[in-house]
Design a protein around this ligand. Sequence first.
Ligand code: BV8
Ligand code: ZN
Length: 241
Amino acid sequence: MQQAQQWIAEASRIAALTGAGISAESGVPTFRGASGMWKRFRPEDLATPGAFSRDPKLVWEWYCWRRGIIAGSAPNAGHFALAGIEKRAAAFTLITQNVDGLHDRAGSRNILKVHGDIWDVRCLSCGREERDERVEFPELPPRCGCGGMLRPAVVWFGEGLPQDVWNAAEDAVRSCEVMLVVGTSAVVYPAAGLVPLAKSAGAKVIEINVDETQFSSLVDFSLRGPSGELLPRLLQPAAGS
Ligand code: BV8
Ligand code: ZN
């Protein structure tokens, strides 16, 4: 941990990639792994345009269930530690696969949401996209003022990531000196590809995960444990700074 803290203290450009694991200690279920929610649902059944067109009510019931859990949760020490390093590092870019908005609530500012935000909705008819923080809706699927059907404005399987956000994420990873990879199973692309990209760009990569991932042997340090405990220790301001 000492060496990893040193690299971070000396780095002026840091990037972080987070996944569902960073929100686990906030009570937001992860997708895969021991307590993963995908066990009861299958990605193909819910997080795809096909699933939505077949059964928009079922997909909305899943998102409303998640909205309820997220609304009742709070950022944890891991989220706050990343918000803290953003204030200290010369350049810090937070790339998240999470749609739960906990990084925003922890005070992070420069956040690249590569899979969108669960609180945003988009109308299938008029295309209007807006923030809608309701957990309950009068009817499912909810309707736009124009009468069109609303969908969660997140990125589903088979859908492209927002181009400008993705380009900014790649740029940040290519130019960083240190990359933190926190709480992701690293199985979903193209986000997972940012880890080998960082290595090929010459960055030091530090992973924090309770389990092994496919990249645990590729990264420079793979710290085993919960991010709510390890991130504050890893990112603590160097003594006397
Ligand atoms: C794309 C929606 C092309 C938002 C998500 C066949 C058909 C179509 C596509 C594909 C295909 N085969 C492959 C693909 C590509 C596909 C893909 O990668 N599939 C995988 C499964 C093989 N990718 C896509 O489809 C992407 N789009 O490729 O489009 C294209 C290009 C141009 C134009 C048109 C099309 C879209 C990917 C986004 C999919 N949307 N979700 C939502 O509802 O949330 S993905 C879903 O998985 C979540 O968004 C989540 O963000 C993401 C990744 O999961 P993780 O965040 O890593 O979470 P997970 O539970 O998996 O892991 C948690 C980790 O935390 C574990 O490692 C655990 O050990 C750890 N942990 C737990 N507790 C802690 C902890 N760590 C630390 N501390 C703790 N306390
Ligand atoms: Zn509309």
